[in-house]
Unconditional design. Structure first.
Length: 256
């Protein structure tokens, strides 16, 4: 049983996570809840979100706030963040986690599917950050935005040009927002995970052959678990990282 760090500054901190019902997002909802944070999240997977809330409540933690939202609807996305902040009494941390890495052929990609890919993987992070900055400024104590990119933004694998483009765009957005809102005490950083073993990856792409090839490419010959990414997100949200901003953090077992 691994023992992880406790961050006293996260107790009572208002944290909102996009795509929090499954995978890395669910691991973050759980991890922040264990720290005593006030957690809100959104997703389309309403049943999974309900099961996660039941699990946390049964373990003695506060039931996380949840709303079913399509993040491509910017107005609904921003309304969810604002409503969570109103109910929680403030807002300090945004984690832009939601993504869709569905494979696609660049020569067969339509304009509509390209725009949909950008909307899910890049645009929503900007509009969520827009809402978050307003709330953080109103609170007067700064805050932290943690964006989830991917090592694919650096490696550029084939079969997912829209996803790679969007995840690279998040790196630029992080730098732009960190510079713009640093004077307000708002820190903006990016996490670039490698191949995190979620149920989606196991169901769709992480075959024994693919995993064996991955293990040949990394320094640490172990699976990257969702909790590994969640642990880094917590550090970047806590006061322990108070002077860290405008940075990109790779967590991939030494692949890049």
């Amino acid at each position: 049983m691994r023992a992880y760090a406790t961050y006293p500054s996260l107790a009572g901190r208002r944290v909102f996570i996009t795509g929090g019902a499954t995978g890395i997002g669910a691991a973050m909802v759980e991890a922040f809840s264990e720290q005593g944070a006030v957690v809100g999240h959104l997703d389309l997977a309403e049943d999974a979100a309900g099961a996660l809330a039941d699990q946390l409540q049964a373990a003695g933690y506060a039931r996380p706030w949840f709303r079913r939202v399509d993040v491509t609807d910017a107005a609904a996305l921003k309304a969810a963040i604002s409503d969570f902040a109103a109910e929680a009494g403030g807002f300090e941390v945004l984690v832009n986690n939601v993504a869709n890495d569905t494979r696609h052929d660049p020569l067969e990609t339509s304009q509509d599917s390209w725009r949909r890919c950008m909307a899910v993987n890049l645009d929503c992070a900007f509009f969520a950050s827009q809402a978050a900055v307003h709330l953080m400024r109103a609170g007067g104590h700064g805050g932290a935005i943690v964006n989830f990119s991917s090592i694919n933004a650096v490696l550029g694998p084939d079969g997912m040009p829209g996803y790679v483009t969007a995840k690279a765009g998040l790196l630029g957005m992080t730098k732009a927002l960190a510079r713009q809102y640093g004077p307000d005490g708002i820190r903006v950083n990016t996490i670039l995970p490698g191949w995190v073993v979620t149920q989606r990856q196991l169901d769709l792409w992480l075959t024994p052959k693919a995993e064996a090839e991955w293990m040949e490419q990394v320094c640490l010959k172990e699976r990257i678990e969702p909790r590994d990414a969640a642990n880094l997100a917590m550090f970047l949200a806590a006061d322990d990282s108070r002077m860290i901003t405008n940075q990109h953090f790779i967590i991939d077992g030494g692949r890049v």
